[in-house]
Design a protein around this ligand. Structure first.
Ligand code: HBI
Length: 98
């Protein structure tokens, strides 16, 4: 069953529940959240936790790490934009740091 891209209304509703995430500027249909941790070890521990969630969900982030900072972009390549998988993973990631 191919994964469907969210409609504009679905997307707006989903983002209303994800206040820490913002739309990626420009053409991409994706969301981004920026994290800052105490140090690299904390940042990498967080990334390890996210990696396990991603593997379990078979849905993977686009991310970067510079020392204590981690930037995570979520979009569904198979759908060409934001899908329910991105929303679910964003909530799961938020739960790690909440
Ligand atoms: N992760 N973000 C993202 N988007 C995808 O389409 C995707 C993925 N992880 C694995 C995955 N698709 C597999 O289902 C294969 O399509 C690669």
């Amino acid at each position: 069953m191919p994964i469907k891209r969210l409609t504009a209304d679905e997307r707006a509703a989903a983002l209303a529940d994800l206040p820490e995430w913002e739309s990626v500027e420009g053409k991409r249909d994706a969301i981004v959240r920026h994290f800052a941790f105490a140090d690299f070890a904390e940042a990498f521990a967080f990334m390890t936790h996210v990696a396990m969630l991603a593997e379990k969900a078979d849905h993977h982030p686009e991310w970067s790490n510079v020392y204590n900072r981690v930037d995570i972009v979520l979009t569904t390549h198979d759908a060409g934009g934001l899908s329910t998988r991105d929303v679910a993973l964003a909530h799961a990631i938020d739960a790690i740091v909440e």
